[in-house]
Design a protein around this ligand. Structure first.
Ligand SMILES: Nc1ncnc2c1ncn2[C@@H]1O[C@H](COP(=O)(O)OP(=O)(O)OP(=O)(O)O)[C@@H](O)[C@H]1O
Length: 254
C-alpha cells in the first residue's frame, strides 16, 4: 500500500537518501533503524511531504505523492506525529483533541456546511480512552508529563484517521520504564486501529521486541531489511553499529 521507489535526496554534497526502495504492506509495523546521520528522519521528511526528493516516487495506494504538500499527504491518510500538543499550552487535553477531531471532521462534513461538534467531542473522548489519557482530559496540555505529551501528539495525528502513521522516535527522552510503557501503548494503538505504522527507534530492545519488519539505513542507503531475528544476526548491521552507543544490544544478542 505504501511503496517507495528509488528515492534520492542530497543536501549540497551530502547524499542523505540514496536510491531507497522500500515497501510497507497494509497493516504492517516497521521499525527504521540506523546509526546517527543514516538518513532516517530525512526519509520520513521525504515520504510525508516535508521535503521534496531529488528523484524517486512515493506510491501510496497506487498514486505518487511526490510534489504534494504535507497537508495534502496527511489528508490522503499518511499522518505523522509531531510535537504539536505543546503548541497549544493553554488547551486542556480534551479541548486539544476535540479541536483536532473537529478540524478533520469539518473538512469531511464541509459539503453540509456544518460540523457536528457533539460528534467531535464523542470521538475525541474515544481517542483519549484508547490513549489512556481519559483520566487526564481536564488537565492543561502543558502540564502533562513528557510521555503523556507524546501520547497526545500521537492522538492528534490519529484524529486525522490515518491509514499510515509515522512516529519519529516515540520513546526519545524517556527513562527505561516510561519507554516500555510508551511502546506498549503504541503497539496497542497499532493493533486497535489496524494501521500501517512506521517508527524510527534507537532502542534495539524495543525494536526487536515490537517490530514485525526492520529496515536498516546507513549513509542514506538501505543496508538490510528483514524480520527482527534476521536483522539481529546480520553481520553488516552488527558492523554498522560497532563503535556506536547502540551496538551492545545488537551484538550481545547475536
Ligand atoms: N536540512 C538539512 N541540510 C543539510 N544537511 C542535512 C539536512 N537534513 C539532514 N542533513 C544531513 O543528512 C544526513 C542524514 O540526516 P538525518 O537527520 O536524516 O539522519 P538520522 O538517521 O535521522 O540521524 P539521527 O539518528 O541522528 O537523528 C546527515 O548527514 C545530516 O547532517
Amino acid at each position: 500500500m505504501l511503496q517507495v521507489e528509488h528515492l534520492c535526496k542530497s543536501f549540497g554534497g551530502v547524499a542523505a537518501t540514496r536510491d531507497v526502495s522500500l515497501a510497507f504492506p497494509a497493516g504492517s509495523l516497521t521499525a527504521i533503524i540506523g546509526p546517527n546521520g543514516a538518513g532516517k528522519t530525512t526519509f520520513f521528511n521525504l515520504i510525508s511531504g516535508h521535503l521534496r526528493p531529488d528523484s524517486g516516487r512515493v506510491l501510496f495506494e497506487g498514486r505518487d505523492l511526490v510534489g504534494l504538500s504535507s497537508l495534502e499527504i496527511a489528508r490522503r491518510g499518511m499522518a505523522r506525529a509531531f510535537q504539536v500538543a505543546s503548541l497549544f499550552p493553554t488547551l486542556t487535553v480534551r479541548e486539544a483533541m476535540t479541536a483536532a477531531v473537529a478540524a478533520h471532521q469539518r473538512r469531511s462534513w464541509s459539503l453540509l456546511r456544518r460540523f457536528p461538534l457533539e460528534g467531535s467531542r464523542a470521538r475525541a473522548g474515544e481517542l483519549l480512552e484508547l490513549l489512556g489519557l481519559a483520566g487526564k482530559a481536564g488537565v492543561v496540555s502543558s502540564s502533562l508529563s513528557h510521555g503523556d505529551q507524546k501520547l497526545l501528539d500521537i492522538g492528534l495525528a490519529l484524529a486525522m484517521e490515518p491509514k499510515v502513521l509515522l512516529l519519529d522516535e516515540p520513546t526519545a527522552g524517556m527513562g527505561p520504564d516510561e519507554r516500555w510503557r510508551m511502546i506498549e501503548k503504541v503497539h496497542q494503538l497499532w493493533q486497535a486501529k489496524r494501521l500501517t505504522m512506521i517508527f524510527i527507534e534507537h532502542d534495539m530492545d524495543i525494536v526487536f521486541k515490537y517490530a514485525q519488519v526492520v529496515q536498516v539505513l546507513k549513509y542514506g542507503a538501505v543496508l538490510a531489511q528483514g524480520r527482527p531475528e534476521e536483522i539481529r544476526r546480520n553481520q553488516d548491521v552488527i558492523d554498522a553499529y560497532l563503535g556506536t552507543d547502540h551496538h551492545l544490544a545488537l551484538a550481545g544478542e547475536a
